[in-house]
Design a protein around this ligand. Sequence first.
Ligand code: ZN
Length: 179
Amino acid sequence: MSNTALPREAELRTWASRGIEVEGDVLLTRMPRLQAVVAGGEQPAFATLRCWKDEQHRCIVDVKVQMTLALECQRCLSHCELELVTQSSLCVVWNEDSTKQLPSGYDPLVAGDVSDLHALVEEELLLALPAVPMHDVGECEDVSRAFGDLAIEVDEEKESPFAALGALLTMPEAGDDKG
Ligand SMILES: [Zn+2]
């Protein structure tokens, strides 16, 4: 976490020429697509961007993002906290056609003159989200609750015949007392 907000906009090609590095926070409320699919996130995302040019004069942005999010566990439907940590090397390209010539290790970032860094961070986090978020087995509420319900049902079945018998035995005595 830092106390600095990540800049919203960047001219990444210029930044790459100058070797600019930035880091800062992005609030969940600045990432509406992410906010729509998670249960919450108390702390903002923390992102580090390092812009540079490789030997082929390509503009590269190394992005690291870290964020702890609350997701809905798909087993017990309560919230589970998950720390996402992402790391990518993005190559800034003008259009989809240019993405075919990229060497492996680079992911394409199709961008005009100005890029929205908050959207970039959001995209990184969306890609890192698990398809089926779940607690670890030991921490999942549903597992313990299922066993708990089972135990209660067994106890009730055992107790009920005795309770009925007890009621039958006490009834004549109650009658004798009155008579
Ligand atoms: Zn769970």
